[in-house]
Design a protein around this ligand. Structure first.
Ligand SMILES: C=C1C[C@]23C[C@@]1(O)CC[C@H]2[C@@]12CCC[C@@](C)(C(=O)O1)[C@H]2[C@@H]3C(=O)O
Ligand SMILES: O=C(O)CCC(=O)C(=O)O
Ligand SMILES: [Fe+2]
Length: 364
């Protein structure tokens, strides 16, 4: 897909103006593959983990190994904050197009309004619009609401703060499940003086109702380039994950107050391939508008990420070379789904399951 100029962008982003699916957005994929089924009682459902449960670390470890994704409840992020963030995001996307384009993401920029960043890797456009916030939301918010940007900024900042705390907590539960302690990962230690926590971006996603949802794609299949991502989805289903080694897409049903955690590519590297980063996508709906907020959590930008030394020995050589988050985001922007392979050090041994090679046959 040739990159879209800013002046053309509104034609593709004003999705509410289409009475039928335009050819630019018509995908040839079969979308009805297992998307409708899973609720909480299904053994094949994405695990829901109660963070107040004493066994949470072990449950998380199992979910990371087998799914690369889980939902958390009792996470201490107040429901009113999730609701407020959702309202603030919906308010942003309901602004007139000419207003939203004032905050358009620049060609090489990270923050701002626009089509899905991964659009350039696909022949068709996605049925969604997005708004990325890296750091402070103030500059773009001022462009969107010249007379009153404070409410939006306050909500975003409070949300970022709550997510940062939760992301640190969940990261440590995941690392703990790998037998790794704070002394093993100094940059992530909450004890260390001056530790500011990881870096992060907030991605607001809007998926308007679509006249032909079976031929449209909200957000194409991808893994996140993060340590982990915390996703809040509105009460309309649409998120689907591909279980490690699986062939069917599984819907992650929205559950009031629950948050979805995705294992990202950097956690896959840290775990030396033990925990897969989950392949996921968002599908769309004929009658309902869907909204999601992803908190994309990574390490401080100057930290080199490599397989944790505790997980490496003669029998388990490091599978990936070391790389900073900034470098990895550059690699992802260039190679997309080949990014992990491009930082891989050695080919999988015979009988070894590469948890992130979705084409490989699972053994054992
Ligand atoms: C920190 C980041 C991860 C992300 C690229 C970004 O710089 C900001 C947006 C993120 C996002 C959200 C939607 C899916 C995704 C693949 C994309 O295109 O933009 C992710 C990026 C990523 O994880 O690589
Ligand atoms: O909207 C969703 O459910 C998925 C969003 C997502 O994958 C992302 O923002 O990275
Ligand atoms: Fe994602």
């Amino acid at each position: 897909m040739p990159s879209i100029t800013l002046s053309d962008a509104h034609k593709f982003l004003d999705l509410n103006s289409f009475k039928e699916l335009p050819d630019t957005h018509a995908w040839t994929l079969q979308l009805d593959d297992g998307s409708g089924s899973c609720d909480g009682a299904d053994p094949d459902a994405v695990p829901i983990i109660d963070l107040s449960d004493g066994g949470a670390k072990e449950l998380i470890g199992h979910a990371c190994k087998t799914w690369g994704v889980f939902q958390v409840i009792n996470h201490d992020v107040p429901k009113f904050l999730l609701d407020e963030m959702e309202l603030a995001g919906k308010g942003l996307f309901s602004l007139p197009m000419h207003q939203k384009l004032k905050a358009a993401r620049g060609a090489d920029g990270v923050s701002g309004y626009g089509v899905a960043r991964i659009s350039s890797f696909f022949p068709k456009l996605m049925w969604s619009e997005g708004f990325t916030i890296a750091g402070s939301p103030a500059d773009h918010a001022r462009q969107l609401w010249p007379h009153d940007h404070h409410k939006f900024c306050d909500t975003v900042e409070e949300y970022q703060k709550a997510m940062k705390k939760l992301a640190g907590r969940v990261m440590w539960l995941i690392l703990g499940s790998l037998g790794v302690s704070e002394d093993d990962v100094k940059w992530a230690s909450p004890k260390k003086d001056g530790f500011q926590g990881g870096c992060a971006a907030l991605q607001l996603n809007s998926y308007p109702a679509c006249p032909d949802p079976d031929r449209a794609m909200g957000l194409a299949a991808h893994t996140d380039s993060t340590i982990l991502t915390i996703l809040h989805q509105s009460n309309t289903k649409g998120l689907q994950v591909l279980r490690e080694g699986g062939k069917r897409w599984t819907t992650v049903p929205p559950q009031p107050g629950a948050l979805v955690v995705h294992v990202g590519d950097l956690m896959h590297i840290l775990s030396n391939g033990l925990y897969p980063s989950v392949l996921h996508r968002a599908v769309v709906n004929r009658t309902r508008h869907r909204f999601s907020v992803a908190y994309l959590y990574g390490p401080p930008s100057n930290v080199k990420i490599s397989p944790l030394s505790k997980l490496v020995d003669h029998y388990h050589p490091p599978l990936y070379r070391s790389i900073t988050w900034t470098e990895y985001l550059g690699t992802k922007a260039k190679h997309f789904d080949k990014a992990l392979t491009s930082v891989r050090l050695c080919a999988p041994r015979t009988g070894f399951v590469d948890t992130n090679d979705h084409n490989s046959v699972r053994v054992g």
